[in-house]
Every structure is written in structure tokens, then in C-alpha cells.
Design a protein around this ligand. Structure first.
Ligand code: FAD
Length: 306
């Protein structure tokens, strides 16, 4: 069996694997797609100490760094079931089964999409999901934020300080964000809020976003808005469906962890975007992965004490 088995091969999983392997213990990584969300990212400008890089380049560097160590990397393998015990079992979708004294879950998350024409085509060409990552790219431009929950309203407030104008579109008749956030939003001069608006199309010129169309849900009237960027803020979905009923999850499906990365199951740790960590970023996921690996190592030396 492994001493540490990491499930997921993004920034969190890579950091966890390196920290574990450096303790000289048997370490494995099973990943559906090594690199994770980083593979889908264009410019990265907030990975501290690296002024600018690209997602695929960083993903390659992650893999190279992990492979510097004696880590058993099982790529293109999906974990389907976790069975707690003295030896924890991870069953793969392929039917194979792996056993380990400790497991670190780093399966990440994915942004919920609007599923409207143009969204996929213009992803990274004006359609964005992360204001912390891509907000500065729209300096002085006009953007929309889709979604009036806490993350949408926070994004709109954040972006209003950088861009020329923000249009916030909410499907419902009222915003769902906390009152204090709504008050802040409404106090900003360069923000327009439109409710009962169903975004129906992302418009572009073939190269980049030029606007969007939304439908008024009462009148069915279609309106076009000219703008350069669209931030979709309708939810971040953790990849934790396969853990339901085994590991304690929050209401949003995030794995609950403590400051050492421990989950509700002894010997099972978690890190990164799949957890309750409040901010989802590469550098934060790496720090959390390192914490979880050190937590797992602490657990192992205690578990094997005579
Ligand atoms: P992920 O990167 O999501 O990795 C999860 C890993 O788990 C993957 O290898 C996946 O294949 C695997 N996996 C999932 N389910 C299973 C399963 N059942 N079995 C086995 N493996 C599984 N952050 C920044 O800091 N700066 C940026 O500029 C930035 N830009 C971004 C742009 C885009 C378009 C996106 C989508 C995200 C961006 N982010 C950015 C966020 C950043 O990518 C994430 O915070 C980070 O990748 C999270 O790392 P993670 O390891 O927790 O999860």
C-alpha cells in the first residue's frame, strides 16, 4: 500500500505529492487530468515570484517537479469511491483499487457555465470566471457580471474599481447577496443592476467578445449590451459527488477541513478548490496541498508509534 495517496493532479495535488515524497514515504497520485484547471488558463499573473506565465506551461512545470521525486503518477484515472478503514481504499472508475495509509483529496472544482451560444467560443476571449485572475485585463473597459449572489456582487464591486463600467445581470427579481454588499454595490456610480434578466447569448466579432443579449423574463423583450468582458458568477462546483455520504461536505458540497487539512474521516486529508477554503487560487491551493501533506505525515508517525 501507499503511505500517502493523492487524488487529483492540479496545484494542490502536485504540492501535496512533492511534500509527501520529500519525507521518503511511498507516495502516489491518481489524476483524471494532470494539471487540473491550470491547463485551461491562459495568462497567469498572480503566481507570486513569476511575473507572467501561461497555464499549460505551469502545468508542465508541475508535472516535471513531481517527477523529480519517486512518485507513482497514475494519470487519466478517475477515482469513483473512497472506503475508510485502517487502510483506506480508493476505487477507480476503471475497476482497479488502490490502498493507502492516508489519502489527500485534491479534486478541485469547476465553474458553472451559462450554457448559452457564444460562451464556449469566447471563453478566455472576453468570457471570464475569476475576477481576481482576469479583472486587471479589463482595465478601463466595460464588463458584465452574470449573477447577483454574494460572489457576483463581490465581483461587481471589485471590478467597478478597475473597469469603466459594470452591468450586473440577475435572473431573479432581487439580488441574493448580503444586504451590506448590496448597499455597497448600489453606492457605486459606474454600476448598473438589471434584474429578471436571462442572458441568452454572448456576442463577438470572431476574435473577442463585443456584447451580450439578455431577455427580460416578464416581457420576453431582447436587449443587447455592448461590452468587452463577461464575468460568469453563477457558482463554483466542487468535484466531490463521489464522496457524498463518506466525507463531511458543506452545503455547497465542499469538503470540510480544519487548519491541518484533516477531513471528518481519520487519515483522509483534503486541499484546494474542492474544500471549504474561502479563496480559490493557484497559490492558495499549493499552500493547502503542502499543509495537507504535512498533516498526513504527522498522522502517519502517530499511527505507527509502538
Ligand atoms: P484543480 O486545478 O481543479 O485540479 C483538480 C485535479 O483533480 C485535476 O487533476 C482533476 O483532473 C482531478 N480530479 C477531479 N476529480 C477527480 C476524480 N474523481 N478522480 C481523480 N482525479 C480527479 N488561479 C490563479 O491563482 N490565477 C489565475 O490567473 C487563475 N486563472 C484561472 C483561469 C481559469 C479559466 C480557471 C478555470 C481557473 C483559474 N484560476 C486561477 C484558479 C486555479 O486554476 C485554481 O484555483 C487551482 O487550479 C485549484 O487547484 P486544485 O489543485 O485545488 O484543483
Amino acid at each position: 500500500p501507499f503511505d500517502v495517496l493523492v487524488v487529483g493532479g492540479g496545484p494542490a495535488g502536485s504540492a501535496a505529492a512533492i511534500y509527501a515524497a520529500r519525507k521518503g514515504i511511498r507516495t502516489g497520485v491518481v489524476a483524471e487530468r494532470f494539471g487540473g484547471q491550470v491547463l485551461d488558463t491562459l495568462a497567469i499573473e498572480n503566481f507570486i515570484s513569476v511575473t507572467e506565465t501561461e497555464g499549460p506551461k505551469l502545468a508542465m512545470a508541475l508535472e516535471q517537479h513531481v517527477k523529480e521525486y519517486d512518485v507513482d503518477v497514475m494519470n487519466l484515472q478517475k477515482a469513483a469511491e473512497l472506503i475508510p478503514g485502517d487502510l483506506i481504499e480508493v476505487k477507480l472508475a476503471s475497476g482497479a483499487s488502490l490502498k493507502s495509509k492516508s489519502v489527500i483529496l485534491t479534486t478541485g472544482a469547476r465553474w458553472r457555465e451559462m450554457n448559452v451560444p457564444g460562451e464556449k467560443e469566447y471563453r478566455g476571449k472576453g468570457v471570464a470566471y475569476c475576477p481576481h485572475c482576469d479583472g486587471p485585463l479589463f482595465k478601463g473597459k466595460r464588463v458584465a457580471v452574470i449573477g447577483g449572489g454574494n460572489s457576483g456582487v463581490e465581483a461587481a464591486i471589485d471590478l467597478a474599481g478597475i473597469v469603466a463600467h459594470v452591468t450586473l445581470l440577475e435572473f431573479d427579481s432581487t439580488l441574493r447577496a448580503d444586504a451590506v454588499l448590496q448597499r455597497k454595490l448600489l453606492s457605486l456610480p459606474n454600476v448598473t443592476v438589471i434584474t429578471e434578466a436571462l442572458t441568452s447569448e454572448v456576442l463577438g466579432d470572431g476574435q473577442k467578445v463585443t456584447g451580450l443579449t439578455y431577455k427580460n423574463r416578464n416581457t420576453d423583450d431582447l436587449t443587447q449590451v455592448e461590452l468587452e468582458g463577461i464575468f460568469v458568477q453563477i457558482g463554483l462546483l466542487p468535484n466531490t459527488d463521489w464522496l457524498k455520504g463518506t466525507v463531511a461536505l458543506s452545503q455547497r458540497g465542499e469538503i470540510e477541513i480544519n487548519t491541518r487539512g484533516e477531513t471528518s474521516v481519520p487519515g483522509v486529508f483534503a486541499a484546494g478548490d474542492c474544500t471549504t477554503v474561502p479563496y480559490k487560487q493557484i497559490i492558495i491551493a499549493m499552500g493547502a496541498g503542502s499543509t495537507a501533506a504535512l498533516g498526513a505525515f504527522d498522522h502517519l508517525i502517530r499511527a505507527s508509534a509502538p
